[in-house]
Design a protein around this ligand. Structure first.
Ligand SMILES: O=C(O)CCC(=O)C(=O)O
Ligand SMILES: [Fe+2]
Length: 233
């Protein structure tokens, strides 16, 4: 039984083995680090403003509110899902990515280029996130690194087909999850948060941060022209 030595095992609620490349690092951030990071994130988001994402086509609002930090941010509206350099409501550039998150990425991502986006999701009581893949990034060789702050959440992770069996783990404040390797395109979602399990987030609830590399770094792209090889250049 190889999972007996699995440090992720204690977080198991139910279901199948975790996909390869999926890492759950419980308590990666201690209480002081969580408080410092949350204060920094809330100050930036307070200045930029939350926005209300809506479903493509239907325009139905998602139950989370969002903001982004970094040179690019993920948005969703009637026109679809995409990354863009500015806030959809104000047109302002997103606030910068905190240094502590860049350091966390360096420590856990195993990827040589920095993240470009940090999506900030706010889950108040009753908010959830349906099963989905993160596949709007051009560079799928980079992992998605997720940080949980505030209330516990039931996180479901399945396979690369929507109907694949999954399992559920509890994500607690300070936990870090890495969706890399074979798990990068696994379906995942938040079934629900457990209200009142943390006092960290003012007003209650949970904030999730996902660090994302969006674009293929120029040197790694087989399609980007090398200097001096461009026609006429
Ligand atoms: O809140 C979470 O833990 C997951 C968020 C997520 O999957 C996403 O923003 O794409
Ligand atoms: Fe996701």
């Amino acid at each position: 039984m190889s999972h007996l030595n699995d440090p992720q095992q204690h977080s198991l609620v139910s279901g199948k083995p975790l996909p390869a490349g999926f890492r759950h690092l419980p308590g990666r951030l201690d209480a002081t680090a969580q408080e410092g990071l949350l204060a920094e994130v809330l100050a930036s988001v307070g200045a930029a403003g939350w926005f209300q994402p809506t479903m493509p086509r239907s325009g139905r609002p998602l139950s989370v509110r969002m903001c982004n930090l970094g040179s690019l941010g993920w948005v969703s509206d009637k026109e679809g899902y995409r990354y863009q350099p500015h806030h959809p409501d104000t047109g302002c550039p997103w606030p910068p990515l905190p240094a502590s998150l860049l350091e966390l990425w360096q420590a856990v991502a195993g990827y040589p280029h920095p993240p470009e986006a940090c999506l900030v999701n706010l889950y108040r009581t009753g908010a959830r996130m349906g099963l989905h893949q993160d596949r709007d990034e051009a560079d799928l060789s980079a992992p998605v690194v997720s940080v949980s702050l505030g209330d516990d959440a039931l996180f479901r992770i399945g396979g690369t087909n929507r109907r694949d069996p999954g399992r559920t783990i509890v994500l607690r404040s300070g936990d870090v999850v890495v969706l890399g390797g074979a798990s990068r395109l696994c379906f995942h979602g938040i079934d629900r948060i457990l209200p009142g399990t943390s006092a960290l987030v003012p007003g209650g609830g949970r904030i999730n941060l996902t660090l994302r590399r969006v674009s293929v770094p120029p040197a790694a792209s087989p399609f980007s022209p090398q200097p001096g090889t461009r026609p006429g250049g």
